[in-house]
Design a binder for this molecule. Structure first.
Ligand code: ADP
Ligand code: MG
Length: 591
């Protein structure tokens, strides 16, 4: 075939493939336009899987009558003029491609009335060709109806997934925007049935309750992190409590300046924040809005704009990790009497959170009378495990629990002010020891000087650079390195707990931690501590404990920072409150 220029229409169809991959991409692009147009209410109506019909209608500023046709032209946009504008861009769109792309692969009807116009304009296109333009009476705002999507690109049609999958993608897109823009009212119907709606109260908590349901929302704690003037200025949203997790990371939703982004590294930062709180293979649910200086992020990486690039990815990584870690640490150890009163940035929260972490005062004594009924197991000579019952006074993270007894020589059964607590003695003791060792380590500053003749480690240039950049941080962590230039390093001193590892292994760990934005060496330390505990832990499952020993474990657990999980992330406590007990015994409604 001779070389020839492609026809405009073919170019449009090929280019459309980059932006419009599936029905959900149409929904995404139309929603972004509606949001950019300052709408306060957006309706999305889908027929079938969306290939039959997608309609998005908004009450935004609309398009001026003489610009409506231009809006459909490729690279025509009202959002950007110069390339430098990208540095300060606050709109979701800017490439001027969406309407052109959608119209190239469908039959599209766009009706819009600008807020200053007395009459609206309607354009009908088919396969990118304008068929009709006419003035129409229509309310303020814009409605785009897309029918027969991919009718002229059968290959694309063939690659669509099952109906259910495509519908799910659409719902996910709408969910995302409804969460990122709580001040906008969203309503999604599929085949006339309402799938989702939010009220546009401006309150993220309200939007989340509408989208996730009260039940799931009650398992979330709020994240609020601020750094005024920093490139990453604020991170806010919600993240799940450690007791509530998923088998995959698909429910970690991240927005960067209002744009839903897929960034495996940032999702990893969220997962990382749950280190020692979640079991391997379990993942949290999180909705986080990350606000960054627009010049710090490049949004023009991908035609569908699903990816962004930061000028310093590690900065965002550690901010996300810190924000989430802080939220879970604060909220997994509520102080007695707080009834889970987190300092929510959303004062108008219009529902009450029911949560298994809810406590009231444990000192009421209403259950203390039964104490004398306990008889220690007969005929056993329990090993003396703890000499002291009272641990040093730290803030309480659990209500005061009364030990009732032991089951299967493995579980301690206890009573608290709000029901029954079953405690895995082994897991609980691991948690106690883990926190003790971590604290000891933090207080001790124990360093070990390595022998002078220890090997010189040769690093690749990029790794060497990374180490050089972070030398001060490393020093503050007790890791002292000597540089010989040319990527050669010698390890001078390390925290005592790391000293059994070879210098090569220490440096490899540090490099990989730095690359992943983690605190260098921290995880290796934690791992060592966990290993040490596992070897040394006194209380095993199957060990009969005296009342004093059980009380000692419970007293110490009550003051752990994170009493609910062992260092491997497994639960330490099963709590059943009075309501749950009543329900289990079929007493509900008859009390
Ligand atoms: P972009 O959003 O990148 O500018 P689009 O092709 O999506 O490109 O839209 C082209 C232009 O049409 C926009 O810049 C905007 O001016 C106008 N437009 C599209 N949708 C709407 C809408 N719902 N309300 C108001 N104006 C709109
Ligand atoms: Mg757009």
């Amino acid at each position: 075939m001779a070389i020839q220029r492609l026809h405009e229409r073919v170019i449009a169809q090929i280019a459309a493939g980059e932006v419009i991959e599936r029905p959900a991409s149409v929904v995404k692009e139309l929603l972004e336009n509606s949001i950019d147009a300052q709408s306060t209410s957006i309706h999305i109506d889908i027929l079938g899987t969306g290939t039959n019909q997608i309609r998005v209608s908004d009450n935004g500023i609309g398009i001026k009558p003489d610009e409506v046709e231009l809006a459909l032209v490729r690279y025509a946009t009202s959002k950007l003029q110069h390339i430098n504008d990208l540095d300060t861009i606050t709109t979701l769109g800017f490439r001027g491609e969406a309407l052109a792309s959608i119209s190239a692969v469908s039959r599209m009807v766009l009706t819009s009335r600008h807020q200053d116009a007395t009459v609206g304009v309607q354009v009908v296109t088919e396969g990118g060709e304008v068929e009709r333009v006419q003035r129409v009476g229509t309310p303020n705002g814009t409605t785009v109806t897309v029918e027969n999507l991919f009718f002229n690109t059968p290959a694309r049609l063939k690659f669509l997934k099952s109906d259910a999958t495509e519908k799910r993608h659409i719902t996910a897109v709408v969910m995302n925007y409804a969460m990122a823009y709580p001040h906008i009212r969203f309503e999604l119907t599929q085949d006339g049935r309402e799938q989702l709606h939010t009220d546009g109260t401006g309150n993220l908590a309200d939007a989340l309750v509408s989208i996730l349901g009260v039940e799931e929302f009650s398992k979330m704690v709020d994240v609020e992190w601020k750094n005024n003037g920093g490139d990453v200025s604020r991170i806010h949203g919600y993240t799940s409590i450690p007791d509530y997790s998923r088998a995959d990371r698909s429910r970690i939703t991240l927005f960067v300046n209002g744009r839903a982004v897929q960034d495996p590294k940032l999702s990893f930062a969220v997962v990382q924040a749950y280190h020692t709180f979640l079991m391997q293979g379990r993942f949290p649910i999180a909705i986080l809005c990350i606000e960054v200086n627009p010049s710090f992020v490049d949004v023009n990486v991908h035609p569908a704009k699903a990816e962004v690039r930061f000028s310093d990815p590690n900065l965002v990584f550690s901010a996300v990790q810190r924000a989430v870690r802080h939220a879970i640490l604060q909220n997994t150890s509520p102080i007695v009497n707080t009834r889970f009163a987190t300092t929510s940035p959303f004062p108008s929260q219009s529902f009450s959170r029911q949560n298994s972490l809810e406590f009231s005062d444990g000192t009421s004594g209403q259950f203390a009378r039964q104490r004398d009924l306990y008889q220690p197991p007969q005929g056993v000579d329990p090993v003396e495990i703890f000499s002291e019952i009272e641990p040093p006074l730290k803030p309480r993270s659990l209500p005061m629990l009364r030990v009732v007894g032991q089951i299967s020589a493995s579980y301690i059964i206890a009573e608290g002010p709000s029901g029954m607590y079953l405690i895995d003695q082994h897991a609980a003791h691991e948690r106690i020891l883990y926190e003790q060792f971590m604290e000891e380590h933090a207080n001790s500053n124990m360093r070990v000087q390595l022998a002078l003749e220890n090997d010189v480690v040769q690093l690749a240039p990029l790794d060497a650079q990374l180490i050089e950049e972070h030398r001060l941080t490393l020093q503050s962590l007790g890791i002292d390195l000597e540089t010989f230039g040319g990527g050669m390093f010698k390890v001078r001193s390390v925290p005592a707990l790391l000293s059994h590892t070879s210098p090569q292994a220490i440096i490899a760990t540090i490099v990989s931690d730095l690359e992943n934005g983690k605190v260098p060496g921290q995880e290796a330390l934690e791992e060592r501590i966990v290993k040490r505990i596992c070897k040394q832990v006194a209380v095993k499952a199957g060990q009969v404990l005296s009342l004093t020993e059980m009380q000692s474990i419970i007293r110490q657990l009550e003051r752990c920072v994170s009493p609910h999980t062992c260092p491997h992330g497994r639960p330490t406590i099963i709590h059943m409150n009075a309501d749950q007990l009543a329900r289990e015994f079929g007493r509900v409604g008859r009390r």
